[in-house]
Design a protein around this ligand. Structure first.
Ligand SMILES: Cc1ncc(C[n+]2csc(CCOP(=O)(O)OP(=O)(O)O)c2C)c(N)n1
Ligand SMILES: [Mg+2]
Length: 793
């Protein structure tokens, strides 16, 4: 098992009363039972309609029962926030059931529609999950960023009325340490001096496929040490610690220390006799060995050798309480056994293993639970129901404080002033709009918080940062400025700063946006988070982006430059699939404006959408290509239309035979093709699609409503297409994957020719890039001509 570097000794705690320990031990026993039963019920007792296994992770649950019981039933306060490792979902629900926050019905429907979720879900579960988990590593990572956000809200004096700061806790599997995002987060946490953060590692030394490396804990110790965490190792339980002083005690503990993880696991599975065989041979000649072995029968020897601290309530509580007043980040390495207390214990294949019906019956008998009383919170326990009820009512975590806060929305204007300039890119305009907002006093400017993974300046956030400063717990002057080195950037760091600068790690960006975007609910602090990155690197942080949206976090992700339009920067920096990401992520509205007046309207809409009860997050795909701006003032109808996804830049004549629909930076090419086209086909239309995603989802919804009987419902795009002749020709074009717009052909039975980028590109200027990918004016016109010809016959 490896040598422990820092042990929790019996003296280090605060002396937990025996009675309390006994009650907690009984609760933990009940939680082990309920979590196992919940899974068993779903797999063996609920009728299956699809023949598929329901699944669940009884061994993963058993591994963390003591740790989670200690946290929820003793250590935590309502202001603490916890991410529970995905596969311990039933443990969480069982704990909430005992605290009266989860229903039996929901547990009976575990992994079924409307039941307790497979993995803890902030949005789908009903028992107040703080952070969703499921994609390993991300639930752990968000706790670190949520602690940073808590400090931000606290130091800006934005916490809701009466909302107290708490600890951010992750109960994590040891294999989560294989995920790179953990280490990206650790480094960022060190830079930002995060506080009040606990990561409790359920160190069962098993992952999904097998047993982890023997020396992993040494690496854990040094990683966490390096970034300033306090590491507490919980290895031997009280019984083993007591054995240390008895016959052959030191040798026994040393043997456990030296035992390879896979052998220890195998012997745990096999039982006391197997341990006895190994000890007899491997400790042969050790004084006191016979006395030690003779004083235990096989079950007792097994109990002793598997008495790891992560299953020993007293050891766990002592360690947690000893750290209670220390705000440094704490890493608890709690030695556990996967499947502890179950016949699956220690087996390397136990991750998805389930107890069979006979094993479950034997387990129920051992738990002294009568048939029919499986869901009874009190059955089979030594603690009297009255005592247990009184204990549960006094659990600190379960006082009646509200844990989900509300923060009133901040007023946002209909549109922001439109940046001046004959030729502007959407990226320039974005920076200018924020720069203008930064000059204003008031709530809107004060609640915006920006962040970027080392691309602050290159995404045009420089002006905003110059005015609003960088956030840091420690004041730091801008040394370049003090030394009078000329620079356009003023980077003063202070507690008042409103920009959080990150290192280059897009996972961190989206995890921080997730945490910032939940601050209204977690801390009662209404923030308007804006994160910038290069569009291709959305793919780098994609899982965290999904994760943020899955939790209904609210933020604006501004991605620029994008597509092949970034031209000479090209090659690996070109983004092709990101419009499809924008289309495919739930709770994320994707916009790709071409013109600056569109952008200013969309940004204002976005800040409102981020605060609306039924709103969501926003993804703006912007460009560095300066475009000549139309000479116009958008009316209210046009503004509504463009926020709904599209408007006619050049409306078609009634009965038009052809139209071009474009998105984003290819507007000049679409316009040039359109102008040539109208020489031959005067009634053609030119549709600006500003939000393919919103246009599409509105069209889908209209179809669903019509199918449900609302016959008169028309989607925005259907209304727009009403003037087109039946079967009109349609050319769609964007600097991105053509499938983003090709669906438009199905709206009014148009013969569609979809242009876009499908291949990895190479560096070039814009004319070459557009020609190469067939999205230049000539290609658009050619496609329109062919579509018209095909239509005629
Ligand atoms: C990102 C991601 N990759 C893969 C999986 C599949 N998976 C689920 S659990 C698991 C191993 C978890 O091991 P550990 O974290 O040690 O949990 P425990 O032993 O406590 O069950 C894997 C690979 C996942 N859930 N998420
Ligand atoms: Mg594990």
């Amino acid at each position: 098992m490896g040598t422990s570097l820092r042990l929790v000794t019996p003296e280090s705690g605060r002396g937990i009363p025996r009675q309390r320990l006994e009650t907690l031990a009984d609760i933990q026993k009940k939680v082990l039972w309920l979590s196992s039963w919940m899974i068993h019920n779903a797999n063996h007792l609920r009728p299956s309609r699809d023949g598929l296994k329901v699944g669940g992770h009884q061994s993963s649950c058993a591994s963390s029962v003591t740790l989670l019981t200690a946290l929820y039933m003793d250590v935590l306060n309502p202001s603490d926030r916890i991410a529970v490792k995905p596969h311990a979902s039933p443990v969480y629900h069982a704990l909430m059931y005992l605290l009266g926050r989860q229903s039996r019905d929901s547990m009976e429907r575990f992994r079924g529609l409307g039941g307790a979720q497979s993995y803890p879900s902030r949005t789908k579960d009903t028992d107040d999950v703080d952070f969703s988990t499921g994609s390993v590593g991300l639930g752990v990572g968000i706790t670190l960023f949520a602690s940073l956000v808590q400090d931000y809200a606290r130091l800006h004096d934005l916490m809701g009325d009466g909302v107290a700061p708490g600890r951010l806790v992750a109960l994590m599997g040891d294999a989560e340490l294989d995920e790179g995002n953990i280490f990206e987060a650790l480094l960022e946490g060190w830079k930002h001096d995060v506080r009040n953060l606990w990561w409790v590692i359920d160190y069962n030394r098993q992952s999904l496929d097998g047993v982890v490396n023997d020396r992993l804990f040494q690496k854990i110790q040094s990683f966490f040490d390096t970034v300033g965490w306090n590491v507490v190792t919980l290895k031997f339980g009280k019984r083993l610690e007591a054995a240390r002083g008895g016959p052959a005690g030191e040798a026994l503990l040393q043997w456990i220390d030296d035992c390879p993880n896979d052998l220890y696991s195998a012997l745990t599975f096999k039982g006391g006799a197997a341990f006895r065989d190994h000890l007899s041979t491997e400790l042969q000649g050790t004084a006191g060995l016979k006395e030690l072995l003779d004083s235990h029968d096989d079950p007792s020897l097994h109990r002793l050798l598997t008495n790891l601290a992560g299953h020993d309530m007293e050891s766990v509580l002592e360690a947690f309480h000893a750290a209670a007043d220390d705000d440094r980040p704490q890493c608890f390495v709690a030695y556990t056994i996967k499947g502890h207390g179950l016949p699956l214990a220690g087996h390397k294949d136990n991750h998805a293993g389930l107890m069979n019906v006979e094993q479950m019956e034997a387990f129920r008998d051992a738990m002294r639970i009568p048939e029919g009383a499986e869901w009874d919170p009190y059955a089979g326990l030594d603690t009297e129901p009255e005592t247990l009820r009184a204990f549960l009512e006094a659990v600190p975590f379960a006082d009646d404080r509200v844990r989900r806060h509300v923060a009133p929305p901040i007023a946002v204007p209909e549109s922001f002033p439109i940046p001046a300039g004959e030729k502007l890119s959407t990226q320039q305009a974005f920076g200018q709009i924020l720069n203008d907002i930064a000059k204003e006093s008031g709530d809107l400017a004060d609640r915006i918080v920006t962040t970027s993974p080392d691309v602050t300046v290159s995404t045009n956030l420089g002006g905003w940062v110059n005015q609003r400063g960088l956030f840091s717990r420690r004041e730091r002057p801008d040394v370049f400025r003090e030394e009078k080195v000329a620079s356009a950037q003023k980077w003063v760091r202070s507690r008042d700063g409103q920009h959080i600068e990150l290192g280059i790690a897009e996972n961190n960006l989206f995890l921080l946006l997730a945490a910032l975007g939940l601050s209204h609910s977690l801390y009662g602090a209404r923030l308007l988070p804006v994160g910038t990155l290069y569009d291709p690197f959305i793919n780098r942080g994609l899982d965290s982006l999904f994760y943020a949206c899955y939790q209904d976090a609210r933020f604006m992700a501004v991605a620029t430059p994008s597509g092949v339009t970034l031209a000479a920067e090209g090659g690996a920096h070109q983004s092709i699939n990101t419009p499809l990401v924008g289309m495919g992520v739930d709770k994320l509205a994707y916009f790709e404006p071409a013109f600056v007046d569109e952008l200013s309207t969309i940004m204002a809409w976005s800040f409102r959408h981020m605060q609306a009860a039924d709103g969501g997050s926003v993804y703006l795909r912007l460009s560095t290509r300066p475009l000549a701006q139309p000479d116009r003032v958008l009316g209210e109808r046009e503004r509504t239309n463009l926020c709904n996804g599209a408007y006619w830049l050049r409306p078609p004549a009634p009965g038009a035979d052809v139209a071009i629909a474009y998105t984003g930076a290819v507007a000049p090419e679409a316009l040039a093709a359109y102008e040539q086209l109208t020489e031959d086909v005067p009634g053609a239309g030119l549709l600006a699609v500003t939000a393919p995603d919103r246009l599409h989802s509105d069209w889908m919804e209209a179809g669903r409503r019509r199918a449900a009987g609302e016959r008169d419902v028309r989607a925005h795009v259907e209304t727009l297409f009403a003037p087109l002749a039946p079967g009109a020709a349609l050319v769609t074009v964007l600097d991105g994957h053509p499938a983003t717009l090709s669906w438009l052909g199905a709206v009014a039975n148009c013969r569609v020719s979809a242009l876009g980028v499908e291949r990895f590109g190479q560096s070039s200027d814009i004319p070459d890039a557009y020609r190469l990918h067939g999205i230049d004016a000539e290609a658009i016109l050619g496609a329109a001509a062919s579509a018209c010809l095909a239509r005629l016959g």
